[in-house]
Design a protein around this ligand. Structure first.
Ligand code: GAR
Length: 209
């Protein structure tokens, strides 16, 4: 199975959704670490109770590059293949993003490319949109900007507040993230397998002059 580390900053309900989905024998990934920049993140206790290794350190007063290098050390120490950001509310250093290029996904509570950054639900309601929603995307150097892998639109109801919309979008997030991560690691792994086969076959070919 692909080894996934999850980064959280808060409640960690998306992390829980990823973790519960991983309990299925057929799931192509396993969660090997839950790490946080917030030692009080509620999700840490949940992960620990599920028998998952956890690590946390407050980023306060630390230089971004230095902090992200420590996170990277933890990810390498557990042999992570992929990183799943799940409510990780820190901008990552470009160095860290480069190290995990094509190996890091994020879930964002809007229909990207609409409403990058914070306050997404309020922005969707104020714009008069018919739908809010969520997106899972590959993380690249620019914030909330990488290729979108999957999205779920969620209808905005009359009288919706940012909180009431956020609560329904969160349900959609929990449905969206696990299968999207599973499909991503499966696709990546089969691509790797295929390349390996091509190389093996090339090596097995008789030498020609
Ligand atoms: C989720 O709605 C997630 O999409 C959002 O934070 C919430 C975390 O909830 N992420 C971002 O806004 C990232 N910029 P959770 O801790 O319960 O998974």
């Amino acid at each position: 199975k692909a080894r996934v580390a999850v980064l959280i900053s808060g409640t960690g309900t998306n992390m829980a959704a990823l973790l519960y989905a991983a309990k299925a024998e057929s799931c192509p990934y396993e969660i090997v670490l839950v790490a946080s920049n917030n030692p009080d993140a509620a999700g840490l206790a949940l992960a620990a109770a599920e028998g998952i290794a956890t690590w946390s350190l407050s980023h306060k007063g630390m230089n971004r590059d230095a902090f992200d290098a420590l996170v990277d050390d933890q990810l390498r120490a557990v042999g992570a293949d992929y990183v799943a950001l799940a409510g990780y509310m820190r901008i990552l250093s470009s160095d860290f993003v480069a190290k995990w290029q094509d190996r890091m996904l994020n879930i964002h509570p809007s229909l990207l490319p609409l409403y990058k950054g914070l306050d997404t639900h309020r922005k969707a309601i104020e714009a008069g949109d018919r739908h809010g929603g969520c997106s899972v995307h590959v993380v690249t150097a620019d914030l909330d900007d990488g290729p979108v892998l999957a999205q779920t639109p969620v209808a905005i109801l009359p009288g919706d507040t940012p909180d009431s919309l956020a609560a329904r979008v969160l349900i959609a997030e929990h449905q969206l993230y696990p299968p999207t991560l599973a499909a991503y690691v499966t696709r990546e792994r089969s691509a790797g397998w295929l390349l390996g086969r091509v190389r093996d076959l090339a090596l097995a070919l008789p030498e020609t002059d």
